[in-house]
Structure formats: C-alpha cells, structure tokens
Write a protein that binds this ligand. Structure first.
Ligand code: PLP
Length: 398
C-alpha cells in the first residue's frame, strides 16, 4: 500500500474551497443553496481582456515563454507599480507566476527554512499558515483586536518577534476582515520591521477593491528604506475578475526573484502564455472598468453591513476593502433550535447551511472562532434573499 509523505498531514485543504464544494454538492442534490462562501468576483472578465487572449490564441502565442513571464508583461507590471504604488522596479526584480497564491508559495519556498518563524496577523487568509508550514518554518499567529479594526499594532508585532523571526505577512485590504491599513499605521509598523530587519511580504491582491476613496498604501512606498526587505505580491484575479486565468506576480530584490524563478523552472515553468497576454491588456488597458465593479461592491457592502447590524446577536464592523464582511456572532453561542446547538463558528455555519440554505465560512478557518465570513461577491438579489434566510433561521434560535 502507498504511504504518503509526512508533509501532507502537516496541512489541511483550503477550508473556503471545502465550503464551496459542499454548497455545490447540496445544490447538485437539488437544494437551493445561496453561496456566501466564494472568494471571487461574480463579474465576468471584461471583453477587451478576453479579446487579447483570443488574439493570442489566433496568432499562435501558444508556446513556452520565459519561466518568469514575458518582458511585455513585466513591463506592464513595472508600469502599474509606478502608476498606482509609487514603486520603481526593474525587469530583473519582477516574476510572474500562476496566481498570487503560487507567488506566495514560491517566495516561501525560496525564503523559509526549518527553524524560521513567520509572523501572521490573525484573522488571516486561510492559505498563509499552510504555505509557511510546507517549508518547515513555523507560522506565528498574532491575534489582532476587533476594537483596532483587526489591524496589528506595532506593539503586537514587537511582542511576537524572537531571534528566529524571519518575516511578517501584511494583507491590506484584508481577507477576511476587509480592514485597510492607513499610511500612518504602515509607517509605524515599518519602524518595527526595520529595527528587527524582518522581511515583509505585502499581499496587495485586494488593492483595487477599496471603498469611500480610502487611499491604498504599500508599506515600501510609505517607507522606501524597506525596499530591500519587501516582497510585493499582487495579481489580476480580484481587480479584473480574472480568477481562472491564474496570473500573479511579485516585485522584490533581484536575488530573491532569481531564486523564485529557479523554483518555478522546476515546477510549473511559465504561467499560461495566453493568460500573460490577457494580463498585459488588463494592466495597460482601460482601468475605468474597475471603478464600475467597485461601485457595485460598495452598494452591496453598505446593504450587508446595515442589514447584519439590525439582526439580534450580530455586530459587524464596516470594512474599507475586499468583498467580505466578518461579523461577530459570539452572542449566538449557546443558543439552540431543537437538537441543534450553536457552539462555535463551525456549528453556526453548519446550522446556516442546513436551516437557511446559505453557505458562509466559519471564522475559525481564518483563526478567529467568534466570527463568520460572508462574501458579498454575488448579486444584490441573492444577497437580499440570503440575508433574509439568515434572519429567519436566527429567529428560530433560543
Ligand atoms: N491573497 C489573498 C489574501 C487572497 O484572498 C487570495 C485569493 O483568494 C490570493 C492571495 C490568491 O489569489 P490568486 O492566486 O487567484 O491570484
């Protein structure tokens, strides 16, 4: 009988994908499930981007490309980082991979060893701890406080640092909380990072999904002396509704990019040539399309936050970015409906799936068991219907 490698048991399957799969299975049985679990925009990829891909196919741009991406795309990324983030990089400091998740995987493989500690503020995106664990390094989880908008303070960061600390991951706007760090907050964190010479992994994937004109800042743009210590991670999945195209990228010091390219050369090789051409169009073409999507997300956010706030037992911070809310549901714990008792975020999510036919992700998946995550990357009609179902299901609890 085949015996699996021990690393398989070090990690778990992505819980958000598990919920989506479970909702899909129930739907296949004929149940009318509303999915608030999804982590992707419900919009279609804009037409001009699709046309660029069609053109790539028709002109036979269908062969291997350089491992780390074509120069045309690297130049588009360099232009974007300059235009949007006041950051200046050279081609040798850019790598394109098969999604930002792949970028994070490669940089972790290139940087982290057994014995290293990687600081991850909680609530965190589900994949960070597992990507770190696969390198043999130890994720060090820093609890942030809801009163601070789930943002890690310099003191909280300082307290987590040991002689083994190698890096800290910053994700702003955040999945799952939607919190966005201000320029001043990043400046204060940068002081701690510089003092301890930590590497900063800045996951900027939700940069464009931001509300009320809240300004987005990357920590290296705030404090340029961090440049040699920073890996900027970004991609096209969320901003351009291109999750399936699998393009992400990093900007970092040349030796790290070279190491990531070496790892990529022995695993995936280049990301899809066709997707790369589409990504060039996404980054250099009409940027107004993003504003249209964000305006729609903002309408939904406003509706979801105010509706949830009106429910007994739920309180909900207003997020400044991404397309999730992360309501506090702790005061529902201990309530029951018949033989179903709500004990934690997992039993609440199960109750909502069974009783309300609504899929949400338990907060424990993101390191916080007092909350659930609701994605509003779905139509207003489904949001209204789903929230009403949740309201009815909660009324049955006592
Ligand atoms: N980072 C965060 C915080 C995310 O939420 C996601 C996707 O859910 C990713 C990275 C990965 O995006 P992709 O691999 O589609 O580029």
């Amino acid at each position: 009988i085949m015996k699996l490698a021990s690393r398989v048991s070090m990690i778990k399957p992505s819980p958000t994908l598990v919920i989506t799969a479970k909702a899909g299975a129930l739907r296949a049985e004929g149940r009318d499930i509303i999915d608030f679990g999804a982590g992707e925009p419900d919009f279609n990829t804009p037409d001009h981007i699709k046309m660029a891909a069609i053109h790539a196919v028709e002109s036979n741009f269908t062969r291997y490309t350089p491992v780390g991406g074509i120069d045309e795309l690297k130049d588009a990324i360099i232009g974007k980082l300059k235009r949007d983030n006041y950051l200046s990089y050279r081609r040798s400091e850019i790598i394109v991979s098969c999604g930002a998740k792949h970028t994070l995987f490669n940089l972790s493989q290139a940087l982290f060893d057994e014995g290293d500690e990687v600081i991850i503020p909680s609530p965190y995106w589900v994949s960070y701890p597992d990507i770190v664990l696969l390198t043999g390094a130890r994720p060090v989880i820093v609890e942030t406080r809801e009163e601070n908008g789930f943002k890690m303070t310099p003191a909280e960061l300082e307290a987590a640092i040991t002689k083994n600390s190698k890096a800290v991951i910053i994700n702003s706007p955040s999945n799952p909380t939607g919190c966005v760090y201000s320029k001043e907050e990043l400046a204060a964190l940068a002081e701690v990072v510089l003092h301890h010479q930590l590497i900063v992994v800045s996951d900027d994937i939700y940069e464009k999904i931001i509300y009320d004109d809240f300004p987005f800042w990357n920590i290296t743009a705030v404090n340029p002396s961090l440049k040699d210590l920073t890996v900027v991670v970004n991609g096209i999945s969320k901003a351009y509704a291109m999750t399936g195209w699998r393009i992400g990228y990093a900007a970092a010091p040349e030796f790290l990019i070279a190491a990531m390219a070496k790892i990529q050369s022995q695993s995936t090789s280049n990301p899809s040539s066709i997707s790369q051409k589409a990504a060039v169009e996404a980054l250099t073409g009409d940027q107004q399309i993003i504003a249209g999507m964000v305006a729609e997300f903002q309408k939904r956010r406003d509706y979801v936050v105010s509706t949830l706030e009106s429910f007994d037992g739920i309180s909900c911070l207003e997020p400044q970015g991404a397309f999730y809310v992360f309501p506090n549901v702790e005061s529902l714990y201990g309530l029951r409906c018949g033989n179903k008792k709500i004990l934690d975020s997992t039993t609440l999510a199960e109750y909502l799936l069974d009783e309300a036919e609504v899929a949400v992700v338990p907060g424990i998946a993101f390191g916080n068991d007092r909350h659930i995550r609701i994605s509003y990357a779905t139509s207003m009609a489904l949001i209204e219907k789903g929230l009403e179902r949740i309201r009815m299901a909660l009324k049955r609890l006592s």
